[in-house]
Design a protein around this ligand. Sequence first.
Ligand code: PBG
Length: 322
Amino acid sequence: MKRHRILRKNTAIRALVEETRLHASDFIVPLFIIEGKDRTEPITSMPGYFRMTLDKTLKELSAIHTEGLRSVLLFVMVPEQKKDNLGTEAINPHGLMQTSIYAIKDSFPDLLVFSDVALDPYSSFGHDGIVEREKILNDETISVLAEMSVSHAEAGVDFVAPSDMMDGRISAIRKSLEATRHKEVGILSYSAKFASGFYGPFRDALDSAPGFGDKKTYQLNPANIKEAIKETLTDVEEGADIVMVKPALPYLDVIRAVKERVHVPVAAYQVSGEYAMIKAASAQGWLDHDTAVVETLTSIRRAGADCIATYFARDAVRILGL
Ligand code: PBG
């Protein structure tokens, strides 16, 4: 008989042979920033998560920084009257994203700042690209995304994070960054982003749900892993420094497949719906919150993710005493 249980006998031996570990430095903390001052707003479908004005965000960041977290991913909520089809507000040098990047880097120079690059929060149609007769225009969109990336670079961002799934955006962004001498700015590409049912709470948080149709003409079909790999290889070729799979838990096989095929770091995004499920079930007493949080994050790392964007980052640090 093989005595497998010897390695599971007590805490010390289990820790000694543990294959996958989480560290505070693995996590990227998503932040939702709103206009104005001194306001913190709850997000109904994301219990325990908040939208905050920049001043409040900076206060929150002191705590986050003290806890050892070093990476943040910024999203902004744009008021309805500033939205249009071209996403004009996205390239406003004094826009909320640009101001926030600048203020955060100014207060916390050693924090890594990633900025979301896509048109949906700025689009009157709630789509990630420019719309013409209910079609999402690819090439017109990528020029705006490139301009947007340069404006984030000018504000001091470390990495732009294009989440739009247009074709050719990584090379367009890389070219524009080079041309404007922002050579040190990196690209975290949402390379394998699926047309998922798990983004609902995020769209509530930013009021960014598509006004018509869905995102299936640009985001990936959940059934397709080969296509996900193809997209990812293209992004690496075009200059992505880090690639990402999103959502995370329903796509662990994709994370593994991507990890085995690329030589750049692989990130995974544990999205808003994944967060909401655990929060809702544990609020009912149907799941143990802390166990589920650690188990899902560990599984995502085990599948091959080097880093994880997650709304549970602070919970994980608390639970694990990281
Ligand atoms: C849009 C974007 C989405 C998310 C991040 N960027 C939603 C979407 O594609 O509709 C979702 C993140 C989450 O659900 O946590 N560019």
